[in-house]
Ligand binder design. Structure first.
Ligand code: ZN
Length: 152
C-alpha cells in the first residue's frame, strides 16, 4: 500500500507542477468561481458545453498542490462527458473523499481520480480536493455564483 501511496503522491505533484487545461476558454458558455477560505484556494472554471456535452474544460487560479492537481485532473476527466455524467462523477468523487464510498469497490468508475482517496484521512484537505468538483457542479447547473467550501 505504501508504494501505491507514493505513486499517488507522484501523480498529484506532477499535476501540480504541470497543470492540464490551465488556461481560459475564449467564449466559454459556462463559468463558475470556487473559493476555499480555509486554505486560500481559488479557481475559475470554464466549460464549453454543446448539446449537453462538455466539449472543453479549463481552469485558472491559485492554491495548494492538492487543489491544483484536483482541478487539473477534474478538467481532464469531464471532457467529452455529458452534464449528467459530470454530476454523477461529482457525487462519486465527493463520496470517495468524504469516506462514504470505497473506491476499491469500484475503481473503474473514478479511474485515476482514485489518487485523491487518501485525503479522506485529512479533513482539511478534503476541501482542497473537492473545491474543483463543487465549482464544476455549479458550472454544470449554470449557477453564476462564487462557490465557497464553507457554504455547506
Ligand atoms: Zn488547499
Amino acid at each position: 500500500m505504501s508504494d501505491l501511496r507514493e505513486l499517488y503522491q507522484e501523480v498529484i505533484l506532477d499535476h501540480n507542477r504541470r497543470p492540464r487545461n490551465f488556461r481560459t476558454i475564449e467564449g466559454a458558455n459556462r463559468h463558475a468561481e470556487g473559493y476555499n477560505p480555509l486554505c486560500g484556494d481559488r479557481l475559475s472554471l470554464y466549460l464549453q458545453v454543446e448539446e449537453g456535452v462538455i466539449e472543453d474544460a479549463s481552469f485558472q487560479g491559485s492554491g495548494c498542490a492538492i487543489s491544483k492537481a484536483s482541478a487539473s485532473m477534474m478538467t481532464d476527466s469531464v471532457k467529452g462527458k455529458t452534464l449528467s455524467e459530470a454530476r454523477d462523477m461529482f457525487e462519486q468523487f465527493h463520496q470517495m473523499v468524504t469516506g462514504n464510498a470505497d473506491p476499491l469497490a469500484s475503481p473503474e468508475r473514478l479511474g485515476k481520480l482514485a489518487v485523491f482517496e487518501g485525503v479522506r484521512s485529512y479533513p482539511a484537505r478534503v476541501k482542497c480536493a473537492s473545491l474543483a468538483w463543487h465549482t464544476l457542479r455549479s458550472a454544470v447547473d449554470a449557477k453564476d455564483e462564487v462557490v465557497s467550501t464553507e457554504a455547506e
